[in-house]
Write a protein that binds this ligand. Structure first.
Ligand code: 2RA
Length: 344
């Protein structure tokens, strides 16, 4: 069985990547319906060497094109306005924005971690894709929680500019070019509040009343929802001048009575689906953004026991945020949904 698949936000960074990932995964497609704002309508996108014309996103576009699976990646306000029309047309919506994530009756899914939650899709017709920095973190937290039981997580992120879309990537590249032309002061600062080239910015998304940012609260709330556990979490999210892979320095505190066996920790991480361990410090081997970019794998390394407490470990975690953190996770959700709901 093959499906009519709409991609809302088809000309954005994640929309374009969705098409590439579906191609790589041989997604069972009958027809692709790329949808975008009136501004982008009429342009074309490519799928399996064939060009498709981008149509304007309208309230009737889903019904008119018999859409069965609709990926949304055009911002929260677009999902808020248009997802219901896709559902009314009979499609399952896989939403990559933050709009629906914390609604209790909408599943928030990383297929390797909480696949069973997908069955809840029937209540609303919508499955939410978590925030990119959450996805790569829970992929490593899940096997660790199963092994020992996690009490607390402290994470600092080093997030790539692709998290702010194509505009973020272009801004970094332009500022780097301007630096070499001695014109950095003249470049625009639109995607980020400050210069991002040769800098790091300890703020992603807007301030919250508790002193955290919205990105940090997403990591906290979404992780608890996905893992079905109210563990303590503190996050500090930082933008760095890297193109498209997020890195995370993670400290995990296990339950009080745990005595960590670090070899066992490495074993369960390495055995988990789509997670690889690269961990040979003496030979300078560890995960880095340039290793994970353009891959569908979350890499972990620098795995070590705390110098003082037997129940604490530290490690470094890296993944391509456009793929693992967005497009690939959405495609994996869709493939799991097809398997579960269509008996394939
Ligand atoms: C960022 N988390 O990196 C966002 C994108 N989803 O800005």
């Amino acid at each position: 069985r093959k499906f009519n698949v709409a991609v809302v936000g088809a000309t954005g960074a994640v929309g374009e990547e969705l098409l590439r990932v579906m191609d790589a995964y041989d997604f069972p497609i009958n027809n692709i319906i790329p949808l975008a704002s009136a501004k982008s309508a009429g342009s074309t996108v490519e799928y399996k060497n064939k060009e498709y014309t981008v149509l304007e996103l309208t309230e009737t576009a889903f019904e008119e094109n018999d859409v069965e699976i609709a990926f949304f990646s055009a911002g929260g306000s677009i999902s808020a306005k248009f997802a219901k029309f896709a559902v009314e047309a009979g499609a399952v919506v896989i939403d990559n924005t933050s709009h629906f994530r914390m609604e209790p009756n909408i599943p928030l899914v990383v297929p390797e971690v909480n696949p069973d939650d997908i069955s809840k899709w029937k209540e609303t017709g919508i499955i939410a894709n978590p925030n990119c920095s959450t996805i790569q973190m829970v992929l490593s937290l899940k096997p660790l929680d199963e092994l020992y039981g996690i009490k607390r997580v402290d994470v600092s992120t080093y997030q790539a500019v692709s998290g702010a879309g194509k505009a973020g990537m272009e801004e970094l590249v332009k500022q780097m070019q301007a630096f070499f032309a001695f014109k950095l002061d003249e470049t625009k600062k639109e995607a980020f509040a400050h210069q991002i080239a040769l800098n790091v910015i300890p703020q992603i998304d807007v301030a919250q009343s508790n002193g955290f940012t919205k990105e940090e609260m997403k990591m906290i709330n979404e992780t608890q929802k996905i893992l079905h556990k109210q563990m303590q979490i503190a996050a500090t999210c930082v933008r760095v001048p890297v193109l498209r892979s997020h890195s995370e320095s993670i400290t995990v505190t296990f339950d009080d009575d745990v005595e960590v066996d670090i070899d066992k920790v490495k074993e369960v991480l390495g055995n988990f689906d789509n997670v690889d361990v690269i961990d040979d410090l003496e030979n300078n081997q560890y995960p880095m953004p340039i290793i994970s970019t353009d891959t569908d794998t979350t890499f972990v390394g620098r795995i070590r026991k705390d110098a003082y407490a037997d129940n604490i470990i530290h490690y470094f975690n890296v993944a391509d945020q456009v793929r693992v953190g967005a497009a690939t996770n959405s495609v994996r959700i869709a493939l799991k949904w097809i398997e579960m709901e269509n008996d394939i």
